[in-house]
Each structure stands twice: as C-alpha cells, then as structure tokens.
Write a protein that binds this ligand. Structure first.
Ligand SMILES: [Mg+2]
Length: 377
C-alpha cells in the first residue's frame, strides 16, 4: 500500500459573542485544528489530526513532509519520525513539527487498521479495555454571570461519574468552585481540577491545601509547563497527584516530565505529542516508572478517536490486573461542533461508559459534508 495524495484541511469554529471559553489564563473564542486526509493506491482513506491552526500545520507539512509522504507505505509508520525529522532538524521537536507528524502518524495507523481489518487498539498491542470511563471536562470560566453548578449538574444528568473543572483564579474562587462541584457530583465521583499553569508554586500549594477536604483526584498544570523547579516545589508541598503533558511534545519532553518534574500522571495529546507511535513510546516510559497515562483531549472527533484507541490499548500499571483506578478518558463538554459533528456516528460518553469502536482503523466514518462546513482554508 502506498500513499498517493495528502490533503491538509484546516477547520475552525468561532464561539458566539459573550460565550468565550475560559480557563485561569483568559477567554478564547476560536476552536481551530487541522485534519489531514491520506489517499492510497489500495483505495483506503486515512484520517489524522494536527491539533494546531491550519496555517501552521499546512506550512509545516508542506515545508518538511509533503514531498516524501506520497509514495510512503503506511505500514512503515514506525520509521516516520526518523524519516521526516531529518529536514526540520533545526526546528526541534516543538509543537509545529510534532503536531504535523502526529497527523501523518494517526492517518497511517488508520490506514494500517483498514488494510488489515483491525481496530487500531488491537494493532497497538491488543485488548486492554473495551470500555473506558469518560470524565467530563467542564465548569469553564464564563464571561457572563452564569450558574456555577449548571455544567456539573448537566454532566451528572448525562451519567458522568468523573469530572474535571477549571480553577486557578485565586484561592477563594477555587474553594467555591470545588465545593459546588463536589456537592453536585456527590462523594463517590472523581473530581479533578485544572489550574492551567496560572500559579506560582506557593499559590498552587495554598489552593491545594484549601481544597484538600474535597478529595481531589489530581491537580493539573499547577504552574507553567516550562517551570520545572516549580513542579518540583509543588510536589514537595502538596499531597495530591500532579498531572501535566498537554503542553509537552515528544517522548523526550515526557521523559523529563516523569524523571525531573516528578509528575504522577502524564497527559499526551495524540494530535500534538507525535501521534500514536510516539504516545505508545511515552506510555512505555510512563508505566516503567509507575506513572499513569491519561491522554489530553480537546481535539476534533478524529483526535478524540485516536485517543480512545490509544487509551484502550495501554495498561495503567506494569504489574497487576487488580486495578484500583479506572482507565479515564477526557471528554470535553463545551460547545464544539468539530468534536460533535464530524462523524457519521459520534462517540457517545453519556451513561458513564465509552465503548471503544470496533471497526477497522480509528473505528470512525468521517462525515465529509460536515468537514466542509467547518473548513477554513
Ligand atoms: Mg488542562
């Protein structure tokens, strides 16, 4: 099987005025990402995602990758990173190169699965889980004065038994948000908090201690992603698991997160970290050190599907079948048609269980009419 064509498809969706999505760092209006479509001489079509705006993905792919992709056999996917990082050597392994690589890698795995008639998770090592426990990413900061409880109440009514909320706007606000979330979720649900790197270590520790009574499963990005000494200080001062990884790219960065930052949970985004191949390597590094791996997912439906396949294949621990923690998968609950409208059969997290698609490849059928609706060349 050889790739005969590559198409780069920028997608965007702008939220209505007054409905910006907020975290501790501020508000955003634009959901932007990039799909790629690979055609092959076998008739199969492969889909991948680079979780960066189209103008960045297109420039990177056309500059470094496009010429060599035509004629490439997707079954040689393990050699992709070595093959295609030869030219952009001096551009390093930052977000542009790793995201472009992710898109091609995911599309290759989709093609391999379709060629061999297997879902990707089985090709990645086999059945670890056929069901995942989705957690709702919700309770964003809002521009308008809205009910704090409403998004969590909605998640509970949809059947979620785990949720992650945005905090990081000051300890008093943090405590209020966490208290409301815990009251609505009840005692048995998992509750995670995301500071989006908005604090210094002492601020993060102050909030962590103030919310400790609400049984927090993890604190995400307490300090900025590049602040290695800050992570180390938070780890010394806080007795709650620390998660990070959505702003780290490639296995070398994740090795540092584990060895030097000391995080307890790593969160590679499949459409930024280097794709399924690199995520598997990151998973091996993580589980070797008994660190959990929980993909970050804020992608389109294609990147989400890749995360599902990856999560289904990866073991939590190297040593036991008696698992004290569920295999979690992040499921954003904010308005985003790029997640909810691009598939013929959208992935459904309601009811507290996400069934892993069993069809070949990523297990999805992309609705190309919907793709055109949000295309933004
Ligand atoms: Mg986050």
């Amino acid at each position: 099987m050889q790739i005969t064509d590559i198409e780069v498809i920028p997608l965007s969706y702008r939220l209505p005025e007054g409905c910006g999505l907020g975290d501790a760092r501020g508000f955003g209006y634009d959901r932007e990402t990039t799909l790629i479509r690979l055609d092959t001489d076998a008739g199969h079509i492969g889909w991948g995602e680079a979780f960066v705006p189209g103008r960045l993905a297109r420039a990177t792919i056309e500059s470094f990758f496009a010429d060599e992709i035509v004629g490439f056999d997707p079954h040689d996917v393990e050699s992709l990173a070595d093959r295609f990082t030869t030219d952009p050597y001096h551009f390093g392994r930052g977000i542009a190169v790793q995201s472009a690589l992710s898109a091609v890698d995911i599309a290759c795995w989709d093609l391999i699965g379709k060629d061999l008639d297997h879902p990707v998770y089985r090709l990645l090592g086999g059945v670890e889980r056929e069901e995942l426990r989705p957690y709702a990413s919700t309770m964003y900061f809002t521009e308008q004065d809205r009910s704090l409880a409403e998004p969590i109440e909605r998640a509970v009514s949809e059947g979620f038994t785990a949720a992650k909320i945005k905090i990081g706007g000051g300890t008093e606000s943090d405590v209020k948000r966490v208290r409301v979330a815990r009251e609505v979720l009840g005692d048995d649900a998992l509750l995670m908090v995301d500071m989006n790197g908005n604090y210094r270590p002492a601020q993060a520790a102050r909030t962590a201690n103030a919310i400790a009574e609400y049984d927090i499963a993890w604190i995400e990005e307490p300090v900025p992603p590049e602040n290695e000494s800050g992570y180390q200080e938070v780890k010394r001062r806080v007795d709650v698991p620390i998660a990070a990884g959505e702003a780290h790219y490639g296995r070398f960065a994740f090795k540092r997160l584990i060895d030097d930052y000391g995080v307890d949970i790593v969160q590679p985004n499949l459409a930024r970290c280097g794709g399924l191949t690199e995520a598997r390597r990151i998973g091996t590094i993580a589980t070797t050190e008994n660190v959990r791996i929980c993909p970050h997912v804020w992608n389109s439906a294609v990147g989400l599907a890749a995360a599902v396949q990856f999560a289904a294949s990866t073991s939590e621990y190297p040593h036991t079948r008696n698992r004290p923690e569920p295999r979690l998968l992040e499921f954003d609950r904010s308005e985003n048609p790029l997640r909810s409208e691009l598939l013929e059969d959208p992935l459904d997290p309601t009811g507290g269980v996400l069934k892993v698609p069993q069809k070949p490849g990523l297990g999805i059928d992309v609705d190309e009419v919907a793709v055109e609706r949000y295309r933004d060349d």
